[in-house]
Write a protein that binds this ligand. Structure first.
Ligand code: ASP
Length: 327
């Protein structure tokens, strides 16, 4: 059987980082450098490489990812069978989600990285890169949307979260678990989530800054009230529990929802925002009535990115709900 043709596209991250003379590790290696160190990679796929960026993932921007999505859409329309995006694990859940919103077609796109640098004992980069390439070249991964693969686990972009700062098992999908795993050199898909709607139209070049606010006990709302005058185009509130804020903030939510889209997520990170349970002022029924939109099952981090994309895509506000709905 012909080998799959897979593009490895590197943006940087720990997986590419080596020791610098100034101390600490910094991104230096390219996708081609990485590919050369992975035992068995050439048996898994015919590899092409591209290294547009060499950054820590905290330094990536939404515009970088819009550019990556355009490259992937262009390249995957040709004879590539799939792609692996290599980047830092700190923001992988965001990158994978943005690509999931923007990459069209059914061919697999897999985002991977490493928790340990390539010079450390037990470096996880080579194994992650091999597993990601196997998934990107597998028939079973078609139509699943963008995936992340680390520690031999396959996660859906909408569900995955970085849940630990250090362990190689840092990635979790607490809502539903991973969609599969890599074992004996093969991708085994065990769950097939529905694909969320993809934004296919043009995106405005101007940024649409969206604030992400996490509610804490006794929050007095001064930050929330200040947002419209700080130049934000939208706001995501990570409310308490199923989507709640302290009572005095309810009026502020009404006021800012009249000026910009306000999306309600949960600081619990996992589980749906409720819509018909709590009736007190500042509860979810009240906030939704005041004009907040539900983030559904999306984390605040992902809801923030989706709202930025919707604003830049010029989607009409009444149509936002379809993008936040559970696919
Ligand atoms: N700690 C990060 C990583 O795992 C650094 C980064 O995200 O670039 O890659």
């Amino acid at each position: 059987m012909a080998q799959p043709r897979i593009l490895l596209l590197s943006l940087g991250g720990t997986i590419t980082m080596t020791h610098s003379a100034e101390g600490g590790i910094v991104p230096t290696l390219t996708a081609a450098d990485l590919a050369a160190t992975v035992p068995g990679l050439d048996a898994a796929a015919e590899i092409e490489t591209l290294s547009p960026l060499r950054r820590p993932s905290a330094g990536l921007t939404l515009d970088d990812l819009i550019g990556v999505a355009a490259t992937l859409n262009r390249r995957l329309a040709g004879d590539l069978d799939g792609a692996v995006v290599i980047q830092g694990t700190d923001t992988i859940e965001e990158t994978a989600f943005v690509l999931d919103c923007l990459v069209t077609g059914d061919k697999p796109v897999v985002v991977t990285g490493a928790m340990r640098g390539p010079e450390s004992a037990g470096a996880d980069g080579p194994g992650n890169l091999l597993a990601a390439t196997i998934v990107a070249g597998s028939a079973g991964a078609h139509g699943l949307g963008v995936l992340t693969v680390l520690n031999d686990e396959i996660h859906a972009a909408r569900l995955v979260q970085k849940a630990h700062t250090a362990l190689t098992s840092a990635f979790r999908s607490p809502l539903a678990g991973p969609v599969g795993l890599v074992a004996e050199g093969e991708a085994r898909i065990v769950l097939r989530p529905n694909r969320a709607p993809v934004l296919t139209g043009p995106l405005a070049p101007e940024a649409a800054p969206v604030a992400l606010l996490r509610m804490g006990l006794g929050d007095d709302g001064r930050l929330l009230a200040a947002l419209p005058d700080l130049g934000f185009a939208g706001c995501v509130i990570e409310g308490m529990g199923a989507g709640h804020v302290p009572e005095p903030l309810a009026e502020i939510v009404s006021a800012i929802a009249g000026r910009m889209p306000v999306v309600l997520a949960s600081r619990a990170q996992t589980g749906p925002v409720f819509c018909r349970t709590y009736g007190y002022p500042g509860g979810e029924i009240d906030l939704l009535r005041r004009g907040a939109l539900s983030a559904g099952l999306l984390s605040g981090l992902k809801a923030r990115l989706l709202l930025q994309l919707l604003l830049r895509a010029g989607i009409a506000r009444p149509d936002y709900a379809a993008f936040f709905a559970d696919p």
